[in-house]
Structures are given as C-alpha cells and as structure tokens.
Design a protein around this ligand. Structure first.
Ligand code: SKM
Length: 283
C-alpha cells in the first residue's frame, strides 16, 4: 500500500450519514491493486451545494453522492448524462476541464450484475417494488436497456400520481411498458411475479426494523426467476433466502453497490474494475 502524495487524485463520497458506507474500502482497494495514484474518502455533509463547490475549488477528481442528496445535486451540475437527466438524480460527479459532469450509475450497475448472473435483460419482464430514488434509477435504466415491461408496485401514498405520469411518459418515449400497481392488491402482485423474469426489491423491507420481512410470498418464487435486492444490510434478506430456497437465481444488494462502483471507475478513470479485488474488499 502506498501513501497519498501531493499529486494524488482525490475522490469522495458526499452524504449523510456516510459512516456505514463500503465505498471507501472498495475504491481504495482497487486503486491500490492497480497502482493508481488516487484516494477515496467519505464526507458527511449538511448542504450539497457548498460541498460540491468546495470539492471543485479543492481540485477533487470526482465524487459519489448518496442519500439524501441525489436529487438536489442535479442543480449543481454543469452537464448531465442521459440516465441522470431522465432519473433526475445523480450519484456520480466528475470534475473535468472546469466542468462538473453528473451521471447516475445505480441502475446500470444493477443490470450489469443481473447480466453477470447469467440473466438476459433485453426483452425481460420486470417486477419492481418501490418508487423511491433507487427504484427510479432502476426503472429508467430498464427502459434504456430494452426491458419489455416494468410493473412497479408501491403502497398507496401521496405523490403516486406524479410517479404514474412519469412512468407513462417514459413508456411512450422508450417503448418499455411501465405501469404502477398497489402493493395491497396481493393477487395482482402474485400474478405479476408469476409472469416476471426478474423481481427487484428497492424498498427498505428486509432491513432495519423490517429485517426478516419480505413483500413477496416464498411460494410465488420459482426457479425461472432472477431475484435482486437493493438492501445490502443484512447481506441475505428474507427475500433472497426465500429465493435461494426456491431455486431462483439471486443478486445480492452488495452486488448493486459493486456494479455501480464499476461504472463509476469506468467514467472516472476508464478502467475495468477488478471485480474480485473490489468484492473481497467489501466482504
Ligand atoms: O449510489 C451509491 C453511491 O455511489 C455510494 C453508496 C455508498 O457508498 O453507500 C451508495 C449508493 O447511494
């Protein structure tokens, strides 16, 4: 391991909280392995605008932005990538030629991992649980990647009309059939899961106080399914345990973190992330 020098490129995670994050150990392990003169640190911040301005001023090379700033940071970026513009959310900043570029690698990271698991994404039918930031990244990338349909399910709550409009608008422009359903309609959900190739949980069910719970019944899952969970603490959620028991293919939440990191490293440094090194660093 080498120490930072005066020339070392600095990358950061911006968010609140950030102590739980595995991004510093992941990226630093890769930089070290490849002998790249760079370091990745985490900053817990209160305000995103001044933080981005400070990083630019200090000559940082890039940053990840995590909760709760992914939407707000859009207003502090000079150039938005296609996925980020559509998602209205940014998780990756690149400081280059005096400009701040904003990208979103969350959805691409997940679908790359689903492909790596051996599942075809183009033409697939997807059931997606949740309508938050992670879910928006996933349905947008699904449309960009040629998925046939995404049935999004959420519990009834204020603001869902706007989500339904966004989905309808993206459907029209992309040709991917995006619809919104109610999680309380269990039979509709069960039928959608039955028809689906890929099921993704992008809600908090499975973590924290909701650990040990799943929105999907164990006997709805069969071996033809690929089941992915955005939750990575605990590593194996109830949904993933059930999926394994049912003989389905599984993609753990930690793989989504690895997948989005790989796309970031491609954007920042043009490198193909050594997956085994990154994976070992977060285990
Ligand atoms: O989008 C990612 C972000 O790039 C890094 C991260 C983390 O370090 O916990 C989580 C996600 O928001």
């Amino acid at each position: 391991m080498s120490f930072p020098r005066a020339t070392t490129a600095v990358y950061a995670l911006l968010g609140r909280p950030v102590q739980h994050s595995k991004s510093p150990q992941l990226h630093n392990a890769v930089f070290d392995h490849l002998g790249i003169d760079a370091v990745y640190v985490a900053h817990e911040i209160d305000k995103i605008g001044p933080a981005v301005a400070a990083l630019r001023q200090l000559g940082y090379a890039g940053a990840n932005v995590t909760m709760p700033f992914k939407t707000e940071v859009v207003d502090h970026v000079d150039v938005l990538g296609d996925a980020a513009r559509e998602m209205r959310a940014v998780n990756t900043l690149t400081f280059r030629d005096g400009l701040i570029m904003g990208d979103n690698t969350d959805g691409a990271g997940l679908f790359n991992e689903i492909r790596r698991a051996g599942t075809r994404v183009a033409g697939a039918k997807v059931v997606l649980l949740g309508t938050g930031g992670a879910a928006a990244a996933i349905w947008t990338q699904a449309a960009l990647d040629g998925v046939a349909s995404v049935k999004v399910f959420n519990r009834a709550k204020p603001g869902l009309d706007e989500i339904a409009h966004r989905l309808a608008s993206l459907s029209e422009r992309s040709g991917c059939d995006l619809t919104l359903g109610d999680l309380a309609e269990r039979e509709v959900l069960a039928a959608a899961v039955d028809e689906a190739d890929i099921v993704v949980n992008a809600t908090a069910v499975g973590m924290g106080e909701l650990a040990g719970q799943s929105l999907i019944e164990r006997d709805w899952i069969s071996p033809h399914h690929t089941i992915a969970d955005a939750v990575y603490h605990p590593r194996l959620t109830k949904l993933l345990e059930d999926a394994r028991e049912a003989g389905a293919r599984t993609v753990e939440g930690i793989r989504m973190l690895l997948g989005q990191a790989a796309v970031c490293e491609k954007i920042w440094l043009g490198i193909d992330m050594p997956f085994e090194v990154a994976s070992a660093a977060v285990n």
